[in-house]
Design a protein around this ligand. Sequence first.
Ligand code: PLP
Length: 400
Amino acid sequence: EIRLADALERVKPSATIAVTTKAAELKSAGHDVIGLGAGEPDFDTPDNIKEAAIRAIREGKTKYTPADGLPELKQAICGKFLRENGLTYKPSQVHVAPGGKPVIYNALVATLNPGDEVIVPAPYWVSYPEMVLMAGGEPVIAPCGPNTQYKLTPDALEAAITPRTRWIILNSPSNPTGAAYTKAELRGLADVLLRHPQVWILTDDMYEHLVYDGFEYWTIAQVEPALYDRTLTMNGVSKAYAMTGWRIGYAAGPEKLIKAMGKVISQTTSNPSSISQYAAIEALNGPQDFLEPRRKVYQERRDMVVAGLNKCEGLHCPTPEGAFYVYPSCAGVIGKTAPSGKVIENDEDFATELLETEKVAVVFGAAFGMSPAFRVSYATSTEALTQALIRIERFCAALK
Ligand code: PLP
């Protein structure tokens, strides 16, 4: 029998991918399933971006590139950071990898030693604690409940820091809650971080472009320039540009860190697809006008989903600032009995019964480290969302 790595023993498979797979299985077995599990835009990649990729293929730009990205793409990324975030980076401060996920992983592998701690505010994106574990570190979960709109407060940050803390991972807007930090809230966290020079900041800004109601987006190195030298500002084209399958993520930070990450990528995946890199150059340098109408559609869907969920007996759904997720509490249904006869003891039971009874797939809150709640992705058609809300309301009303 195969012997597996001890480090992997501690790691959980991705619950979001598991739910998406289960929903797809039910669908292919002929069930009318509505999947609200996947964190993927339903929009298509814009045509100018696709054309740039086709051009790259025709022109034979199909060879290896530098492992951590083409110089032209790094230049485009520097342009993006300056234009949108007021942050000045040189191409030598930029790392490109096959998606945002490996960017984070490369940063952790490049910096963590056994016993090093990484603060992960909960609810968290499922991959953060697992990637920390795979890189040999210790995730330190900082719970951020509905009372603070699922956001880390300066006091909670201060309490989580120890002499072994190497990183704090910030994610605004957040997957899974949609919560985004205001400039003032980031200021409060920055003041704490200024007092702890051993702590580096990994900010995952993947959902930057998806903010609503005129929310003003800020990233921490912009709020506090004194943190620039220990911040890795991470982003990618997957969500904003509807390019999840192209696999391009990037980050910028201090040269020494970027160089170490370059070493990791050069001995593992090597460069992301050259074709995708040319597409990403077009995404960042090309017209940005399609972002606004898409943002408006997401905002309308968010409003519809929040209103619909708040009509359901036993659910309570806050209105988040961004991303394409909401994170309703299902505390009011715990202890009730589902039509199948099963007593709903936790959020995983709720999600399982909802999928089996009404064929609506959501991801249970325990996967994100905060229960009882669940994540709904509204990156899906308005018609599907309307139907899903009818089913969720019917399911909740049927609980006894
Ligand atoms: N960071 C967050 C918060 C995400 O939600 C995701 C995708 O789900 C990623 C990073 C990874 O994105 P990519 O698909 O580019 O690896």
